[in-house]
Design a binder for this molecule. Structure first.
Ligand code: SF4
Ligand code: SF4
Length: 143
């Protein structure tokens, strides 16, 4: 390898390094900051009970038995309570696809880690709401 080709390579590397200095960083200061997740992100679910008809199609569609339905627990005329087990869920989205009544959705909340495994069993009340602002929750937990 000649002197000039080595010099050329060094120049190319330096050019790349200096161009990156003025670029925005690819990383964010997680957990204090978060990226905007894509529209079709399959994060934790939210159950809209007013729209639920207790048809249990979501339960049947789940390949890992992560959803349990309690039809005796009613808040509205036809709904049912859903329990989600996030120790089993693989976020495949089949339950959301199976719901013909627009009663079940994915949210963009993807960081579900908990200090205790039991906290990954979401009861109906928790699955009906976004129970925490993810940024606020992470901030208080990691600071
Ligand atoms: S996303 Fe998939 S694995 Fe998770 S509860 Fe729905 S069907 Fe089951
Ligand atoms: S969430 Fe949807 S699919 Fe599941 S029981 Fe309710 S209406 Fe049926």
């Amino acid at each position: 390898m000649g002197f000039f080709s080595t010099l050329g390579e060094i120049f190319t590397i330096l050019k790349h390094v200096f161009s990156q200095v003025f670029e925005r960083p690819f990383t964010v200061l997680y957990p204090y900051e978060d990226r905007e997740h894509p529209e079709r992100t399959r994060g934790r679910h939210i159950h809209i009970r007013e729209k639920c008809t207790a048809c249990a199609q979501c339960v049947r569609a789940c390949p890992v038995v992560a959803i349990r339905i309690d039809k005796s627990d009613r808040k509205y005329e036809k709904d049912a309570a859903l329990y989600f087990d996030y120790t089993r869920c693989i976020f495949c989205g089949l339950c959301v696809q199976a719901c013909r009544f627009n009663a079940l959705f994915h949210t963009k909340v993807v960081d579900l880690s908990e200090p205790e495994r039991e906290r990954l069993h979401y009861d109906p009340e928790r699955i009906e709401t976004l129970d925490r602002d993810p940024l606020e929750w992470r901030g208080s937990r990691f600071r």
